[in-house]
Design a binder for this molecule. Sequence first.
Ligand SMILES: [Zn+2]
Length: 373
Amino acid sequence: MRRQSGMNRALSRTILLCAGIVTAGCAQGQTGNGAHMDFEKYEPVSTLKVPEHPVSRAKYPFIDVHNHQWNLASQDLGALVKEMDALHMQVMVNLSGGNGSRLKSMTDNIKAHAPNRFVVFANIDFDGIGRTGWTEKAVRQLQEDVRNGAAGLKIFKNLGLSVQDNTGRRVPIDDPRLDAIWEQCAVLKIPVLIHAADPAPFWQPMDEHNERWLELATHPRRRRGTDNPAPWEQIIEEQHRMFKKHPRTTFINAHFGWYANDLAQLSALMEEIPNMYVEFGAVIAELGRQPRMARQFFEKYQDRILFGKDSWVPSEYATYFRVLETADEYFPYHKKYHAFWRLYGLNLPDEILKKIYYKNALKIIPGIEWTIN
Ligand SMILES: [Zn+2]
């Protein structure tokens, strides 16, 4: 991996500021008083006056299908439920359930202290894949985890990126040694939420044309070479092949499958792979920069889109609600390294909102008691 020196970094910041953001009076990337200004610091106050409708609480109760709580076994669930209530989050899906006794201690805590407010997805332990009996053991573990209350399976991005078999070879997402696991999920009637690869720009040159340049500058470990450990397209295609190979299994493609910036392509995939659902965790800024195209997508696939957020920062949910519910214009997003642009609301009708917020999740995630209409 090519390392960028501090001086190079400063240089590319200046280039970016001048090339993309400001043209007039910025030849040296300088402020009015002559001091150098980095791209990260450029935060102009918008002079636009338009109606504003911030939304701190969702219009309907919702199920967040993409959340991570690592200490759900010992955590004070009452405190967490209070934060959820403030957002109108009725059910949180914790994708970090692990397996075995770790998972069971989570479902036990939920049963004892907050029944019906949390759902736990199990995870596969890929250690030792390739050894005789590994697949059978993984299937048995999953069966046990579902008996202990797991309502789904979550696959982290390590599959396809860092998981290796017992001979040290990268395990592709469509590896046949995993087939029995996906088939078992259909038998157990549980969905598989899977995050594959990362945004494509992480594989592309880190230069003034890269839309994720700031994220790579602030999080250098996210940067990959063109084929580290394989080309982006290859990993994504492995995922799609695996979905198609297991049509009886319901898959939730996390982060809109990294196609939130290309909804025509995602639409084609939705047509090709009817057992694939999507959730928009961490990609709401992609939808909010194309409100008309995104609204068409939500209208067309309203039965296969789920609400997901990923990182648990309660204050950030307001951006998601505002994009989905309002017709607001040019409002800010909360992470400049995801989006240096502003967002527009999709103004979704109530019937679609209800599907996104809870109806679709209730359809595919088993065991959620829901008394609200
Ligand atoms: Zn996640």
